[in-house]
Design a protein around this ligand. Structure first.
Ligand SMILES: *Cc1c(COP(=O)(O)O)cnc(C)c1O
Length: 376
């Protein structure tokens, strides 16, 4: 009887940090110091140093981080925010919550990241932000968007929720735009023990705006100089994030080794398109995404075989029911749409074992050998 391979197993991560975290949690419980305090400030400073940015503001989750970043650069009702069609829906929701309009564009085929030519074609007088998403642990080509952003005076806001530690030649994902947002949802490369997020920027003024907005429009207790909301990070989460940040590079290296091993053991399987790394980039493999024909059948067979696999994401955002009101049609973004029918995320986490990967390869090989459509 062979063992099942989970899609994601974070238990080994918690085991590594528990002795460091529990005494601090005990002290927080004793003093009831849950909001504010040295753990949050410490994490913000350490994450800023790690990314090479001036300011990090810890917030409640990645979606709030995006909304705060959009608002901080002045995105308002009716403004357009350009973003890729294949992202997690939160990138769009954060714009919609402001009353702004997500404007979707297609991605390029090789890396499934935002297509700079498509962005250039989508700019209008109402465009107020361009949002590259560093999907799957990659770094989107922000330097190719920069000339467009400069020409029209539109800020670049990075969605760095899937890319903690990733880098391109230009620097770390999350340090490349005017402002960036990230998520510390437990399953991200840097994950909390619940919800968390952050906004990153070099601009202290912008950081201050975000911090105030996330705390009821107030820098001083009960002095409210704008209408804000509540989107703070708490000390319980910051404690976990500090402990995990110290291990992030090691865990990302493990993911890179696992990705290299997949590259070797999957390369002989006919009909499987492996992910590639843009030259000069260091990807951190939040997800390991292959492309196959008959994806749903292959996924069903892997699942039946005890292999955890997923689809990120089955429906490009422009075709979701939630965004039907924007009137997009199937066929508008052929690359994102074709990818959505073929992408398959294989098990990937820092403590994934080589033997587990070999189980995945064997199951995938069996599933692919049953292909109904002959592969070219
Ligand atoms: C996870 C994620 C978010 C949202 O983060 P939450 O913390 O779940 O709100 C936004 N964008 C992308 C690309 C994500 O993967």
């Amino acid at each position: 009887m062979t063992e099942n391979v989970p899609f994601l197993d974070l238990s080994a991560q918690q085991a590594e940090i528990i002795d460091e975290v529990l005494p601090k949690w005990r002290e927080q419980f004793r003093s009831a110091a849950f909001m504010g305090g040295p753990e949050i400030a410490g994490f913000e400073q350490e994450y800023a140093a790690y990314l090479g940015v001036n300011c990090v503001v810890g917030v409640s989750n990645g979606t709030d981080a995006l909304e705060l970043a959009y608002r901080a650069v002045g995105v308002g009702p009716g403004d357009e925010v350009i973003m890729p069609a294949n992202t997690f829906i939160a990138t769009a929701e954060a714009a919609s919550r402001i009353g702004a309009v997500p404007v979707f564009v297609d991605v390029e085929d090789e890396y499934l990241l935002i297509d700079p030519d498509a962005v250039a074609a989508a700019v209008t007088e109402r465009t107020r932000a361009i949002v590259p998403v560093h999907l799957f642990g990659q770094t989107a080509p922000v330097e190719l968007l920069a000339p467009i952003a400069e020409r029209y005076g539109i800020p670049i806001i990075e969605d760095a929720a899937q890319s903690q530690g990733a880098a391109s030649a230009a620097g770390r994902a999350g340090s490349l735009g005017r402002v960036a947002a990230t998520s510390f949802y437990p399953g991200k490369n840097l994950g909390a023990a619940g919800d968390g997020g952050a906004v990153m920027t070099d601009d202290p003024e912008l950081a201050r705006t975000v911090r105030d907005m996330a705390a009821h429009g107030s820098a001083t207790k009960y002095v409210h100089h704008r209408v804000g909301f509540n989107a703070r990070l708490d000390a319980v989460q910051a404690t976990v994030l500090r402990a995990k940040l110290r291990r992030l590079d090691a865990w990302n290296s493990s993911r890179q080794e696992a990705a290299a091993w997949y590259g070797q053991i999957l390369s002989g399987i006919e009909g499987v398109r492996l992910p590639s790394v843009r030259p000069g980039n260091s990807d951190v493999w939040h997800l390991y995404v292959i492309r196959v024909e008959e994806r749903d059948r292959v996924l069903a067979e892997l699942t039946a075989d005890g292999i955890g696999a997923g689809i990120h994401y089955p429906t490009p955002v422009h075709l979701t029911e939630a965004y039907a009101h924007l009137g997009y049609q199937r066929g508008q973004f052929p690359v994102a749409e074709a990818a959505a029918d073929r992408i398959l995320s294989l098990p990937m986490f820092p403590h994934l074992l080589e033997e587990q990967q070999e189980r995945v390869a064997a199951a995938l090989s069996t599933a692919m050998s049953r292909a109904l459509v002959p592969v070219a």
